[in-house]
Write a protein of this length. Structure first.
Length: 94
């Protein structure tokens, strides 16, 4: 059931994977072997991430939208670090 709820997102092309990476073959094997495969950790984490992504904007405390908004507000409220004058002028320290 957990991955069945995410099938539409995957089939409609909303999930993208890198073309070349060391873990891709093992990940795809474990995803396609589910539910009869030996491991289901990739399935669980993928299903949870996709569910979290779908929750965006539904409830203020859930979803990637809220997380991204929280990071943006934190960055906006953080005063910029002062840049040394030598860096501003392009001077090198010897």
């Amino acid at each position: 059931m957990r991955m069945h709820a995410q099938t539409a997102m995957i089939e409609n092309g909303f999930v993208r994977l890198p073309k070349e990476t060391g873990w891709l073959a093992e990940y795809l094997h474990e995803m396609t072997a589910f539910p009869r495969g030996r491991y289901d950790d990739p399935v669980d984490s993928t299903a949870q991430m996709l569910d979290w992504f779908k929750q965006a904007g539904r409830q203020p405390q859930d979803g990637i939208w809220h997380y991204t908004k929280m990071l943006a507000e934190k960055q906006r409220n953080t005063p910029p670090k002062p840049v040394p004058l030598s860096v501003q002028l392009g001077l090198r320290r010897w």
